[in-house]
Design a protein around this ligand. Sequence first.
Ligand SMILES: [Zn+2]
Length: 460
Amino acid sequence: MVVNSKRSRRTPIVLLSVAVAALVAVGLWLALRVGPAPAITLETEWPAVGKSNLVTASFSAPGRGLGVIRLELAQGGRTEVLEEQRFERGLGLPLLGGGTAEAVIEATVGTEAFPWLAEGEVVLRAVAERAAGIMRSPDPVVVEQTLAVRRRPPRLELISSQHYARQGGSGAVVYRVGETAARSGVRAGDVESAGSPLPGGAVGDRFVLYALPWNVGDSSQIRLFAEDDAGNRAEQPFLDLFKPMPPRADTIEVTDAFLERVVPAITSQTPGFDASGSLLDQYLRINGELRRAELNEVAAFSSASEPAFLWSGPFLQMPNTALEANFAQTRTYVYNGRQVDRQTHLGLDLASTARAPVPAPNSGKVVYAGWMSLYGNAVVIDHGYGLLSLCGHLSSVSAAAGDRVAKGDVIGASGSTGLAGGDHLHLEVFLHGQSVDPLEWLDAKWIADNLATKLKVPLG
Ligand SMILES: [Zn+2]
């Protein structure tokens, strides 16, 4: 007992010494460490500053977390703090971390919120203070971005004259933009046709073959525009005459025999298609969702179009054909006496004899040849500068993607594949992804008066 009592008095002293040494070590470590540098990324909605530009600064600091973070705007001698946030740091020890690891500051900068911003350059600065020890206080992390300030939209001058156009039609316009223009062209409603440098023109000279959507009947929605990289936009009207399109209506009788022929043929070749419900339900999904998806696919070909006139002269109508359905015909679909759907037909239906040879409507490059659900077997030809033609419902295809074709080359045979009631050719013309009236493109006088004279290029 006596021996034991001597040992038991000494043990707490040893334990206390060890504890004190450990506390001193941890204290020194906490005092001297400064923690890793926080990471900052700075993103802007526009590459330059105009009226309004959304800036997003993202901060991250795993471990002890963030302390003070800040977003600033500086020009000349003036600095504006857009926002500052303060966080309590954690200890950054295992199980005791607890700091704020990530935070985002969003602010809108531009001449609307900061009218004192002058043309020139502005600096965006994101700052994150680093965790300081007692004896060491490192510099904060600073990420800067220098952006141009643009107070005025790009210069925009109309060069061509006598612009007559129809709803659902096409046209050409020649114009000139200032050096700050990043994009320009024609806007019709929410559809934009992008302009290109005018072949043989001066610096800044542009032209555009533009599309007027069939569903935009208000000419005040049609403007020439030029936009810079700060979102400043100049717009001006340019049409001298706009002809609204007379309404065209049509009724399609949907029969069970038709549904049994077309629906399984389409759904079996469309991976991922929801083939539940009745044939009529599936048909309505084909005519609605699938139709929109297919139009988007063709629009993607438009945006990859070659910047060259690959075509010349009027587009070719398939020989010996009768026009069975017109462009922008509103179709009411009736099943057992009940209206079940309404869609707009956006091409020309041309009927001849069954399996008649189909000529390429004009010269160009085949960008697609094969199965395309609603259009059945189809060939899509790029004619350059955003202009495409599509021949659909073919029974056979004799062209391949990548082929260069001349006007009149046989690309397939007519048929009734896809959503077709009988053997015919569906000819559709797309300009910048928008379906336009093909009849204009079949007309030599329309091309001469509306395109060739304005562009001063020989288009036949
Ligand atoms: Zn058609």
